[in-house]
Design a protein around this ligand. Sequence first.
Ligand code: GLN
Ligand code: ZN
Length: 769
Amino acid sequence: MTTRTAAAAARATVYGYPRQGAHRELKKAVEGYWKGRVTADALRAASADLRRANWRELTDAGIGEVPTGDFSYYDHVLDTTVMVGAIPERHRAAVDADALDGYFAMARGTQDVAPLEMTKWFDTNYHYLVPELGPETVFSANSSKQVTEFEEARALGLTARPVLVGPVTYLLLAKPAPGVAADFDPLTLLDRLLPVYAEVLADLRAAGAEWVQLDEPALVQDRTPADLNAAERAYRDLGALTDRPKLLVASYFDRLGDALPVLAKAPVDGLALDFTEAAAGNLEALASVGGLPGKRLVAGVVNGRNIWVNDLEKSLSTLGTLLGLAERVDVAASCSLLHVPLDTGLERDIEPQILRWLAFARQKTTEIVTLARGLARGTHTISTQLAANRADLASRAGSPITRDPAVRARTGAVTDADARRSQPYAERAAAQRAALGLPLLPTTTIGSFPQTGELRAARADLRAGRIDGVGYEERIRAEIREVISFQEKTGIDVLVHGEPERNDMVQYFAEQLTGYLATQHGWVQSYGTRYVRPPILAGDISRPEPMTVRWTTYAQSLTDRPVKGMLTGPVTMLAWSFVRDDQPLGDTARQVALALRDEVGDLEATGTSVIQVDEPALRETLPLRAADHPAYLAWATESFRLTTSGVRPDTQIHTHMCYAEFGDIVQAIDDLDADVVSLEAARSHMQVARELAAHGYPREAGPGVYDIHSPRVPGAEEAAALLRKGLDAIPAERLWVNPDCGLKTRGWPETRASLENLVAAARTVRAEI
Ligand code: GLN
Ligand code: ZN
């Protein structure tokens, strides 16, 4: 292998591209199909148009090898389930009757059958549908989607590379099907699954695919020797096939660690590795196994999941090092561009100067092409781009937006004491008991009440100028009156104002904090047809003025009962935004924490005695590898405490978390030092209460007794039974009664009935103790 051939061959490629289209055509077509307004043929045609448009766009930008198979009506893991024929028993009839309707039944459920479970794709905000497997699972190859899409690209005269979820990752992402023993290990199905992959690969080869990419991101997580063995076996077997395309095994989101030597030695034809900060260590590890002699290396040097412009010179230097480590080096984004918005060029509200700091999918594609050209033909061929890039990076680094001296002075002066309450919990608890005078088993809710069509209409009216600020304010106040009066009537003890003013729990604050950017068109797929527009933490964060005080104090003015102030915590503000890449996450979290600390102080000063700081994302942002957990949890819990520790001992701090198995973060929950924590628990029958007890959690807790994810109204007796279970683990003096999460997605009728039952349950159980 020589450096020169590796360089001369360099090509630009990507693993996947935003699916929805510039005007969210896919969302419209799929939802139209669900509603019966779009026919199956029209949906298929619209989708094929979108695929073609993406390939043309990529090709026109200079991408030499386009991905196929990355498109999906809903989710690419579900597509893989279909590809290997692992249709759950309960969906088989629907799939047999109509493949497309059966597909959506698996994704969304029907009147009679539950959908597949949905969970986060590694540490991104994309959600996939979890395969359900068991000892009885029979796989069978169905390569039609892959072959069709490959042939579509070929018909355009393009060089295309099908991208598939790899067999090891597919099994590692699966869970035991309902009715299968919980300790069933899907990886035991590997020998049954590999022949199916072999068949799909043969079909793709027959269709003309030279290369096929198998994505194995699960190998960047901590893996057991058995898992690594499985990976070794999988690629030994697939590599040994005679009738196959060349295999490119891809990983991303973190370093490969122990899996790297396994894959490097495997008889496959190339590896695609993440060489961004998130996967630091891959380069050294690759060098230490002697590189990939005779093979292809696809170098993910452009961050595929953040939105910042690439440092082209730094990437070129990485690529230069990599040239010595493989037969051929290609340039790519670190992962599929599915995780970033489409195009900064669509943004009208961001200053042009700042817009140049950002790179969405289209801009990243250009960066990849530029880097590949620089690598293949020399940096002099891209000198204009390099100069422009240098200027953009310098403008970002030197901007007063990214460096606000006042913010920096303040974060620099933070001491340990700032992140510690002035009194230990026991003393605070006594002061709070005296100040609040709540009954045993106090009832409360998590914050939001139904976000009705009228509320959304009010916001739309405000944006469109149909009503003014005063008119909008009055509509919100009317809603608050309604929410307060309902809670008083129902007999809830700690009230909330209902969050009617919030479009979204992160966006609402992002819009008011200096240093945050909002996009107009920065849609990113969260799951299925649901797209979100994460705000961008672009600069140093400060709070020009109070963000929630006027709503909370208005609500408090209507009642004698305590109204809980309601804020989104710093970890969640980071988790659901695009974060800065020019400083440690902990520094950004600290800035956000100080801004929120001011809000907490203002709430307290204006008479709010209970303040909740939500951290639903605490668990989901855990790094993929356990070795990285302590550092993350240290800054995460510190930023929460920095937000909440400035208050008087008799001010009660609540926090709330959902969507998680909490078992592995009980210590972190403890480290938040919140006076009260509410957690999702209804569906797991109060599992978390037992976990808190086993840990010796010393403070108050409200494991949810009402599953708000479904319109079902829990009976008072059912809620009481859950409460009694809670009491088995947590003493009555420390147990709260609340739903699992906020009620914004629910309708009023079920909210009313459920909360009435919840209060009745609390009364029943109080009478028993
Ligand atoms: N306070 C928020 C609400 O009730 C919490 C939402 C969440 O945890 N996801 O809507
Ligand atoms: Zn929640």
